[in-house]
Each structure stands twice: as C-alpha cells, then as structure tokens.
Write a protein that binds this ligand. Structure first.
Ligand code: KIV
Length: 266
C-alpha cells in the first residue's frame, strides 16, 4: 500500500505513535528521493552519505555545504514525506555554531527538521535550537560521529548505567521539546523502555521492534553495498548484482555491435 501524496506534517507524524509504525529511509539525491517520496513517512538526508555516496570510511569529514547540496536535491523531488537532515560532525560544537549552522541549513533547503547526534551534555544546544523554532530529533545510542572517541561502533544499553543514562537523556530531550528521537544500536529491552517512557515517537535502527518506527540506509536495504552487511539490515533487493548484470549486458551489446540498433539511431 502506498501513502497519499499529501505532505506529512510534524503533528501527523507524531500522532502515529501507538497507532501505526513510522517508516523511514535515507536518500541523498533527487532521483531516489523521487522514488521513495510518499512510500515512507520520513526521508532522512543522513550524514551516512559520506560513506555510501562519498566513499569515506566514516561520517566525520562531511561538511555543512555537502549536506546542504544533497538536501536541496532531495527537497526538489520529495514533496510528501517528512524531510529530516543531519547536522554534520563539528557543525554544532557550541550553542552559537549550532544556531548559525542550523539556521543556514534550514534557510538553504526545504527540510522540515534536523537531527543531531547528542548526549545530555549537549542539552543546552538542543534547547537553543528548539527555542529558535527548529524541529529537532536527537539521535542517541550508537552515534557514528563519535567513532574516533569510542574506537568503533559500539552497541549501547548493555549495562544498567548505560541504559539508565540513555533513558534519562531521552526524557531530558523530550522535556526540551524534541519532536522525536532516533535510537541507534541500542539493545532491544532498553529501546523498548525508552519508547514506552516518552510521549514522542522513537525511530529505531538496530534497536529492536518496539520502536515507534524503523529507518534503514537506502543503499544497505537495496543491497547496493556488497562489502558490508550489519546484522540489523534486511536486504529487500540484491541491487549491486542486478545493476552489475544490466551493465554487463549493455557492455556486451556495445562490444557485439548490437547496440544501438537502427530503431535507436537517428
Ligand atoms: O546518517 C544516517 O544514515 C543515519 C542513520 C541512523 C539512518 O543517521
């Protein structure tokens, strides 16, 4: 079943909590945004674009200009889904830089909201952005932008101290006015407790089935990245194989001289 072509509002997105699951996917360009638009509730212009699109080993080198360029492309084609853009690593280290860069990102694009990877130490920044009228989704748990400090991608909530801290962060961000939370790489029981303790929707990735919604990186779920396959990814297409096959057929037709045909020529 596909969704209506009407623009999904923030309120309508929030009202899905406890009623129906929220569906979300990433997109970085107009082509795929146009295909995904209206099929899912949320499209995220995620900083994962630095890896799958930019070929970098992590997300930390992404610049504000990059996310603006990609968000503009997505916004040109996606008119129904709710659009969220990531604030890149280093663009919200202080309250002032966060306000300056978030304002720049909002002004340059048509995104509906911003997502930031944060612990409670950044609560004042979240408060300042919301106070400025920006819809904010804090991203908690496994935060890929912290890879260098944490020495890798670490699943969160495994011990009591960590799960208590995550729950307290979630409650503090809700209290600050966040419209929703992204829960990444959090063990399922902990993500369940968070989801049940807040009134705002949680969107999970690698955080179990109880979250109010799920998100996957488009190139992972379409099987375009053949080298990595994290446990939490379900592949809905063997994309890389299918595309390779099509390109091989094309190259073979060109080599044989069967493309272009007379009908394909002027
Ligand atoms: O950048 C990204 O793709 C993300 C994932 C959690 C979806 O933030």
């Amino acid at each position: 079943m596909t969704m209506s072509s009407k623009k999904l509002t923030l309120k309508a997105l929030q009202n899905k909590k406890g009623v129906e699951k929220i569906t979300a996917i990433t997109a970085y360009d107009a082509l795929f945004a146009g295909i995904f638009d209206g099929e899912v509730d949320v499209i995220l212009i995620g900083d994962s674009l630095n890896m799958s699109f930019g070929g970098c080993s992590d997300t930390t080198s992404l610049k504000l200009e990059h996310i603006i360029y990609h968000a503009q492309a997505v916004c040109r084609k996606a008119k129904s889904s709710f659009l969220i853009a990531d604030m890149p690593f280093g663009s919200y280290t202080t309250r002032d830089s966060a306000l300056r860069n978030a304002t720049k990102l909002i002004k340059a694009t048509q995104v509906d909201a911003l997502k930031l990877e944060v612990t409670r130490t950044k609560l004042h920044i979240i408060e300042a952005l919301i106070d400025e009228g920006i819809a904010i989704m804090p991203h908690i748990g496994l935060m890929p932008q912290y890879i260098k400090a944490e020495g890798g991608y670490k699943i969160k909530g495994r011990d009591e101290t960590q799960s208590k801290e995550l729950l307290e962060s979630a409650l503090a961000f809700e209290q600050a006015g966040a419209f929703g939370l992204l829960l990444e790489g959090i063990i399922a029981p902990c993500a369940t407790t968070i989801t049940q303790s807040v009134q705002i929707p949680t969107i999970g990735i690698g955080s179990g089935a109880a979250c109010d919604g799920q998100i996957l990186v488009w190139s992972d779920m379409l099987g375009l990245c053949s080298d990595i396959s994290p446990k939490f990814v379900r592949r809905y297409l063997q994309g890389a194989e299918l595309i390779k096959q099509a390109v091989r057929e094309y190259a073979s037709d060109v080599r044989k001289g069967s493309f272009p045909s007379e009908q394909e020529s002027y």
